[in-house]
Structure formats: C-alpha cells, structure tokens
Design a protein around this ligand. Structure first.
Ligand code: OKP
Ligand code: ZN
Length: 344
C-alpha cells in the first residue's frame, strides 16, 4: 500500500503540555512519525510519497473560516505578546453561563476561545505541519479515488480531536474528516469513518454529527473515566439527518483483545449495514498495553488481528495516523495493522 508522508511534520515540536498538574515534555513528538516511517521502510510495506498540496479549499469544507484564520496567525500574535521562546498554551475557557458570542481580540483570549485543553501547544511550525498532515490525508483520499484498495496517510500532528472550530488533544486540523469529506466531494455517496484510537474522536463526531451521509464509529475508553471526558458516550447517536449515523462503543480501562475484538466486530457490522463506498480509518495505536498515557492492554500481535478485521469490512480503506505514545513499539504496532489488513 502507498504511504503518504511529509518531513514537515517535525515543524510541530512543542516543548511541554499540562499533565497531572505539571508541565511535562510533549508526548506527541516528532520521534513518533519517524519510528513509524522507519518500520514501514524496513518491512517494505510500499512506496512512500510526498503529499500533493491541496490548499485551503478542502480544509474549509470541514473547518470554520475564522478558526482557520486564527490557526494561521496565532503564533505570530503570540510572539508579539510573549516572545518566541515559549509555546502558546491557553489558560482559560468558557464555562456554562459565560458568553461565547464574541471572539476575544487578545491572543490569550482567542487561544482559549478556539481550544478545549492545555495539552496542545501552538508553535512556530504548527500551521505548516498541520497542513502537511491534512495534505497527506487528502493525497491518500485521491489514491482511493484513483482505484487503490488502500493507502496510509502517515499524519502528524494527529487530527481526530479537532472540530469545526476548535483544537485540542494534540490536534489542529481533522485529517480524517477532511479526507472523508473529500471522498464525498469526489463522488463517494456514503463514507464511514472508523476510529480505533484509544481516545474518543470528539472532533470527527462533532463535524459529522448532523450528517447522514458520513457514518462515524468510534471504539474508545469510556469518557466517564478518560479524556476527552465530555463526549463519546454510548447514548450519543447523532442528530437531524445524522440521527443514527454516530456509534460510540465505550470500553473499560484494562480492556484486552478478547473484549476489544467484540467491539470491533460490532463496528464492522454497523459499517457493512450502512452501505459505505469507502472507509477512513483513524488509526491510533495508544490501545497498546505499553502506552504511557492510556489504559488498554492490546499486545503487538493483536494489531495484526485488528488489521485483518478491518480488511473484513471489505471497503477501500484510507488509514490516517492518530495517536500512540509508546514510541519504541509504535512502528511495529502501526505496521502490524497495515500488514494485517493486506493479508486479511
Ligand atoms: C490524543 B490522541 C493524560 C493526559 C491526556 C490528552 C490526550 C490526547 C490524546 N494524563 N492528555 O487521541 O491520541
Ligand atoms: Zn488517542
């Protein structure tokens, strides 16, 4: 399978995120993509190509124009206020009863306005890295349109927590949603997005919440206990034309393959029933037992089984890289999904 990847991912290299009451080194770091790329080269999965530039138009199909403008200028505005030696992090957010009607003018106010956590630093290279990742997903979608059975967009930073007008959870542009929309615009009547990252893909859910033409299915740690906490529950099923086109399969901390496999089978059945023409697979490998911020217990060999189960859905599939923070084993785990798919 063709792999699409840009070196520009390394332009996103934040210093620190707020975690457990402390500023700690960012878990979402360039070494993650480097080890996945190295493993893919080592096993000869397929040719690695640069993304084609797609410009702003396909991003505007999924994201708010004001939000995209904010992302493009946020770093420069931050530097004027606070200097270039510190990453831009938000400090406060709107609570119920406060107004969200006005967009603040100051950069600190706008960082809070457009975000939902303090774990996602904006740096000098954020916009370029994020657009290179979105372009990778779009280039992968173009491969599917051209007839490929599968493609892997090795995106970094990830995307599934980014909504129409918000960033957070290490995500700025929703690469998977941008790709799914481009498949629709390219003629696919129905598209399914399956998110196997350990965390709920709240951004993707929000973007397609009222859409009946894009099914969103996510398998993740129960948000009662886990980030992003405020959405991803099983009773969230979509609204309006999208009622019934959103499926959240929540699993407890400690989940191993025997439990995970049942959820994956249920997800596959729902996607087959939906009658999609293409599948976008949000591929996080933070379900791994060795992941430093997550609490599932999948083994490296389970990722082969995961890939085979995804192949069993029987759709042209675009894999889009999301999370996974056990860097030493991330290459093997991600490559196992892809080889499991190819053999499945
Ligand atoms: C991004 B992706 C744990 C802090 C978690 C945010 C996690 C973002 C995950 N103590 N902070 O879905 O892998
Ligand atoms: Zn995750």
């Amino acid at each position: 399978m063709i792999v699409i990847h840009s070196e520009e991912h390394r332009l996103q290299a934040g210093r620190s995120e707020l975690n457990d009451g402390q500023l700690v080194p960012c878990y979402e770091k360039p070494a993650r993509a480097d080890i996945v790329r190295a493993r893919i080269e080592a096993i000869g999965l397929g040719p690695i190509m640069e993304p084609t530039r797609h410009g702003i138009t396909p991003l505007e199909r999924v994201h708010d124009t004001g939000y995209l403008g904010f992302l493009q200028t946020a770093w420069d505005e931050w530097v004027v206020e606070h200097g270039a030696d510190i990453d831009a992090l938000p400090l406060n957010w709107v609570a119920p009863g406060m107004s969200r009607r006005r967009v603040p003018r100051s950069i600190d106010g706008r960082l809070g306005y457009y975000s939902f956590d303090a774990g996602t630093p904006i740096t000098a290279g954020t916009w370029r890295a994020a657009t290179a990742a979105a372009d990778s997903a779009l280039t992968g979608a173009a491969r599917l349109r051209a007839g490929d059975r599968s493609a892997f967009a090795l995106c970094r930073p990830p995307g599934h927590h980014a909504g129409r007008a918000f960033y957070g959870g290490y995500c700025f542009l929703n690469n998977a949603a941008i790709a799914a929309q481009s498949l629709r615009d390219g003629g696919a009547g129905r598209v399914a997005v399956l998110d196997v990252d350990y965390h709920h893909g709240n951004g993707t859910q929000e973007i397609f919440w009222e859409r009946g033409d894009v099914l969103f299915v996510s398998i993740h740690a129960d948000p009662t206990d886990e980030f992003p906490y405020f959405c991803g529950h099983a009773d969230e099923t979509g609204a309006g034309a999208g009622e019934g086109a959103n499926l959240n399969l929540t699993l407890p901390w400690g989940t191993d393959w025997s439990i995970y496999a049942q959820a994956l089978a249920a997800a596959a059945e729902r996607i087959r029933d939906f009658g999609a023409d293409a599948l976008v697979l949000s591929l996080g490998a933070d379900t791994y037992g060795g992941d430093p911020i997550s609490r599932f217990r999948l083994l490296s060999e389970d990722f082969l089984r995961m890939g085979a189960a995804i192949a069993g859905i029987g759709l042209p599939t675009l894999f889009v890289m999301e999370g996974g923070y056990a860097v030493d084993d991330l290459g093997v785990n991600v490559a196992n999904v892809l080889t499991g798919f190819e053999q499945g």
